[in-house]
Design a protein around this ligand. Sequence first.
Ligand code: GNR
Ligand code: NI
Length: 182
Amino acid sequence: MAVLPIITAPDPVLKKVASPVERVDDDVRRLMDDMMETMYAAPGIGLAAPQVGVGKRVVVLDVSKREGPPLALQMANPEIVWASDDDAIYEEGCLSLPEHYAEVTRPAAVKVRYLDREDEIRELSADGLLAICLQHEIDHLDGILFVDHISALKRNMILRKLLKEKKAGATSGDREPAGAVV
Ligand code: GNR
Ligand code: NI
């Protein structure tokens, strides 16, 4: 298992539509394991493969936040097959938009169909934080970030700030060059 580097916005990788997994095999299971470790290390309550630079429709989630038993979920090709008419508002964050938060409105409950670790089709009905996180992660697979659900003014403020930080970081020499083996 490995903790993978998380890609932050703005980055074209985060805007791409990810490809479906053909079959959940050992390679996909290894990706799921690395993503779980990366999510817990961050720490975060969810992670989508594009956030670690992999253009596959794979997500992992654990919204238990270490309160009570872990609720680890690993999904390939997740799709929303039903969404409630009523909405919920939640202040969202994203590991790819570090230290930025905004209120996002989404359906309050969803039903998701996906392939599990054993390549079996499953369905999961969720509300509360799990429903929000599922929609947030599935958005990532379609190149959508939570800032795409808020006003252009707020979105551009956040993205401009992140770009500025990226440019400052790139010249200060405090980061490893891309692809470095450390
Ligand atoms: O860790 C995360 N917290 C979070 C909080 C509110 C709504 C969504 C999330 S998901 C986020 C991790 C992440 O970026 N997943 O893509
Ligand atoms: Ni995110």
